[in-house]
Each structure stands twice: as structure tokens, then as C-alpha cells.
Design a protein around this ligand. Sequence first.
Ligand code: FAD
Length: 316
Amino acid sequence: PDRLPVGRRRLRRALSFEVIPPRSPAQAARMPRLLKFLDSLGPDYLAVTSSATSNWLQGTADFIAEVTATTTLRPLAHLACTAGTEAELLGWIDHLLGVGVRGFLAIRGDYPAGQTSLPAGHLPHADALVSLLRRIENDNVACLAAGRLGIGVAAYPSGHPESTGPEEDLDVLAAKQRNGADFAITQLFFDPTAYSRLRRRAEHAGIIIPIIPGILPITDPRRLHTMSRLSGLPVPDGLLARFDGISDPASARRIGLDITAEHTAAILEHDADGLHFYTFNDQNTTEDLLTALDQKGISVSSFPPQPPPRRWPPST
Ligand code: FAD
């Protein structure tokens, strides 16, 4: 805490995990075990993605209904402007509040291939979605009485691929904070110093919301290429070189998780606001990464737990 600059509001490190709503009966059958494991770690929230491949917000809402019925995890529903028109999103937000959601990650979503804007009737950007969520909250007395909604947004240590540069990224993050965002979660990044640079620049720009680094476990060089596709960033040669001459998958996995643990340790040294783990629904890999972190003296169970969530909706 002594290293926190004046004005920052963080009191403790946040811990969260991100999962994808199951896309097949076989995946659905594996989810209870994963949820039980994640619940045992006492995270602040469980982020549930939303995308075309998991039936958009219907998939997110159905899965969250299972999460709230079977665990004490607080769901954070990813809500993208791409998922529907503003009117459709209003209906989905209402539905998500109804299945127990008290937290949203407000994002724009990626444009469908070949498009450079969203169709008429859609909110154009995430900052507008943050405003919409705050408006709904203020207009809904029961919702407001249950406590403030938690609203997260996306941030980009290595820049958003469409943006003109770091200044635009900071302006956008500042607009999201101004419109009511409580915290940001970062896109994947390969270089731990990119995170500390973003934090420093954000502080200078008056951005005081926590910026929580997103950590994706590296399991093999292929995963690095997936990260590159998702983030729009080229894979640094030095990272690929760590796998040179390694042909067996078990060794590649060990090296990949070691690299991830090294990066995570470096990010925490820059006084990160917490850790957000992309699990890809893979329990073994998540467990192995936490073990690799333990071996570096980093235990997520030492992040002080939050009090258990209040039940929502109040009638259930
Ligand atoms: P925006 O903040 O709208 O930014 C997009 C671009 O527009 C940027 O270049 C920005 O500089 C510019 N911009 C922003 N606001 C304005 C404005 N007011 N005027 C002009 N230009 C502006 N996608 C999914 O589909 N489903 C998910 O579940 C999902 N989860 C994610 C989770 C995390 C933690 C992150 C980091 C990303 C996630 N994404 C998800 C991907 C995300 O939707 C993409 O990165 C998308 O391209 C941008 O989303 P955004 O919310 O940052 O958009």
C-alpha cells in the first residue's frame, strides 16, 4: 500500500477467473467440477463470456443461472454492443439481472468480418454501454436498493488494434471511467512492462479505477499464436525461442506455464491491481498454473477474500 500513488482507490488485490459458456453437452458435463474448483478459490467474481459460438447472451444467461444455483460465485456477465440493438440489450440486461447478475463487463465486441462499424440501432462503443447500464440501474429502484452494480470494461496494455495510439486508448479508458466503470480488465499482452506502462500513463491521465491484468496460460507455441490472433499482437521471437528443440507436449506445457508464471510474477511486482485468469474452461491447466505460481511464492489464496455475496434477486 505504501507504493500506491495518492488518489488510487485499491484496497486489496482482486482475483477473478473467466469461463466460456459450454458449447456442447460434453463440455456442459465438465462444468460442475470446474465451478466447484473455482468456487473453492474464493474469487471476487467469475467472468462469463458472450459470443456467437456459445449462443450469445442466451448462452451466457443460461450458464449464469447454473452458476448462481450451484455455487457462491459472483457472476460477471460479458455484455457486448455487437450482441444486439440497444433495445435488445435492454431486454437482455433485464433478463441477466433476473438470473442473479450484479456485475457486467461492458465491451463493444469485435466487428463481424468485413465491417468497420455496427449497424443502426446498436450502441457504437463500450463507453455508451457503461452509460446505459448506469441509467438502467438508476431507473430501477429495486436494483439500486440491492447495491451498486459492478461494471468492468476492457483495457489494452499493448493498444487496441483499431486505435490510433496510446493517447486514444487512454482517452477511451477515461471516458469509460467517467461514464461509471468501476474497473478494467486487460486484453492479453506478451510484455509485462506494457502493463506497468499502461498503469503509469493511466494514473497521469487521472484514471484511478483498478486495471486488472488478464493472464492467459501458455501451454505450447500454438497457444502463443492463438494469443496473437486474439490480441492482434505479433508473438515476440524471444518467447517462441524458449520452445526451440522441444518436441514433447509435456515439456512444452511445463515451459509454457513457467513463462506464464514468470510474467505473472513480473506483473505483480509492478503492483498489479489483481489477477484475472482466462481459463478456457480448462481446469487442469488452471490448477497447474496456480501450482507454478505457488512455486514462485505467489499464492492466490493469500489474496484476502471478499465477504460472501448477497443473494440477488432478493426474493430467491
Ligand atoms: P471500445 O472501447 O468500443 O473500443 C474499440 C475501438 O474503438 C478502440 O480502438 C477505441 O479506441 C475506439 N473507441 C472507443 N470508444 C470510442 C468512442 N466513443 N468514439 C470513437 N472511438 C472509440 N468480445 C466478445 O465478443 N465477447 C466477450 O465476452 C469478450 N470478452 C472480453 C474480455 C476482455 C477482458 C477483453 C479485454 C476483451 C473481450 N472481448 C470480448 C473483446 C472485445 O470485444 C474486443 O477487444 C473489441 O474489439 C473492443 O472492445 P472494447 O470494449 O474495448 O471496445
